[in-house]
Design a protein around this ligand. Structure first.
Ligand SMILES: NC(=O)C1=CN([C@@H]2O[C@H](COP(=O)(O)OP(=O)(O)OC[C@H]3O[C@@H](n4cnc5c(N)ncnc54)[C@H](OP(=O)(O)O)[C@@H]3O)[C@@H](O)[C@H]2O)C=CC1
Ligand SMILES: O=CCCC(=O)O
Length: 340
């Protein structure tokens, strides 16, 4: 293990912008979530080497924040070139998930979907091959509960501990260290990695058994996906009846349904520009997984089912890698075809 003791969020408040200060409500939810020893007191340190697997839109800034906070970080990504910016910041590189896990005390993983998360954890040269008692594995990807449990069982069969910790918040909050962690699984691992979560995020919730973090994340994202469709319908309708959609964005921003998402994405949606923060293919994956979650408890979620069809249509229009706000293009196509 490298000699450095890694000062993290609570130990180094001077590193944090004012926006990182937690509102009281979140401090309460942290306290209710069995605070790690040291919280609320002086400072918290993480001693050990940190692995990071998966350096896409989210993984790269998260790993970058750990490096900037002074952590000893080792990275791996399927497409190796994406490691280069992190290596420039001082990260180390290992050529497989197994080698990262074997050389680190705790390994974080941020992968596209259930298939890739399972493959990187359990496949050939996967992380599990490098794990052992005393090590920790923290999966921050958005997956379904069944996949998370399968990964968790595989990881814990090595003697290592497992925490699922999907995040709410997108590219910019990841860059700013303002994510919201929805964790579940091994509580002592949660406490151990809390200083690292605090470097990457503004709040964290411990939700109990593996599966609960995944479920919370899917419920949040199904609401978000439906909101985006409803917003898109409003933008198109406002234009159709002769209103300025930019004015609609402004009106919404001042009222009870204001949401950062509308203010952030609205202006570019009006210009038909969709710079990718949250890829549309991932939003559709989350709706698919949320529908399966609802099905598992025989709950009907008809609005989400309808939204999912639009995201699927957007994918078939070639918009999978655009931002999820590009779903408005599927609506435009639908309106056009109904007018022909
Ligand atoms: N973007 C966002 O706003 C948010 C995303 N999320 C969730 O976080 C996760 C990552 O999202 P994001 O960073 O945006 O996605 P990206 O598509 O940018 O990154 C996906 C990552 O997964 C890797 N990957 C994909 N398939 C495989 C595979 N078969 N084997 C190994 N590695 C693979 C990619 O590697 P490679 O570079 O080689 O393609 C890349 O590192 C997703 O689950 C998403 O739903 C959660 C919150 C917000
Ligand atoms: O999973 C993606 C979430 C995006 C967000 O919370 O803004």
């Amino acid at each position: 293990m490298a000699a450095a003791a890694f000062l993290c969020a609570r130990a180094a408040p001077a590193l944090l912008p004012p926006s990182r200060r937690l509102p009281r409500r979140l401090l309460v939810s942290r306290a209710a979530a069995s605070s790690p020893s040291g919280e609320g007191g002086g400072g918290v340190e993480f001693q050990g080497k940190v692995g990071f697997l998966g350096l896409g839109i989210m993984g790269a800034p998260m790993a970058s924040n750990l490096i900037k906070a002074g952590c000893d970080v080792t990275v791996w990504n399927r497409t190796k070139s994406k490691c280069d910016p992190l290596l420039s910041l001082g990260a180390k590189y290992e050529p497989s998930p197994a080698q990262v896990a074997s050389s680190c005390d705790v390994t974080f993983v941020m992968l596209a979907d259930p298939q890739s998360a399972a493959e990187v954890a359990c496949g050939a040269n996967g992380a599990a091959e490098g794990l052992a008692p005393g090590k920790g594995y923290v999966d921050v990807s958005t997956v379904d509960g069944a996949t998370s449990k399968l990964i968790g069982e595989h990881i814990t069969s090595t003697g290592a501990s497992f925490l699922e910790a999907p995040v709410s918040g997108s590219k910019k909050p990841a860059e700013d260290g303002l994510l919201i962690f929805l964790t579940a699984g091994d509580e002592s691992l949660y406490k151990r990695v809390a200083p690292l979560l605090d470097v990457m995020g503004k709040s964290r919730f411990y939700l109990g058994d593996v599966g609960n973090g995944a479920a919370m994340k899917l419920v949040v994202n199904m609401v978000m996906g439906s909101m985006m469709v409803s917003f898109s319908e409003g933008l198109l309708l406002s234009e159709k009846v002769g209103l300025d959609p930019n004015t609609l964005v402004e009106v919404i921003s001042q009222g009870a349904i204001s949401a950062p998402m509308f203010s952030l994405k609205g202006p570019s949606m009006v210009k038909a520009a969709y710079p990718t923060a949250f890829p549309l293919k991932h939003q559709q994956k989350d709706l698919r997984l949320a529908l399966a979650l609802a099905e598992s408890v025989s709950q009907s979620i008809p609005t989400v089912a309808a939204a999912n069809e639009l995201y699927k249509a957007a994918k078939s229009l070639g918009l999978a890698d655009q931002d999820f706000s590009a779903v408005i293009e599927a609506l435009k196509a639908k309106v056009q075809s109904s007018q022909q």
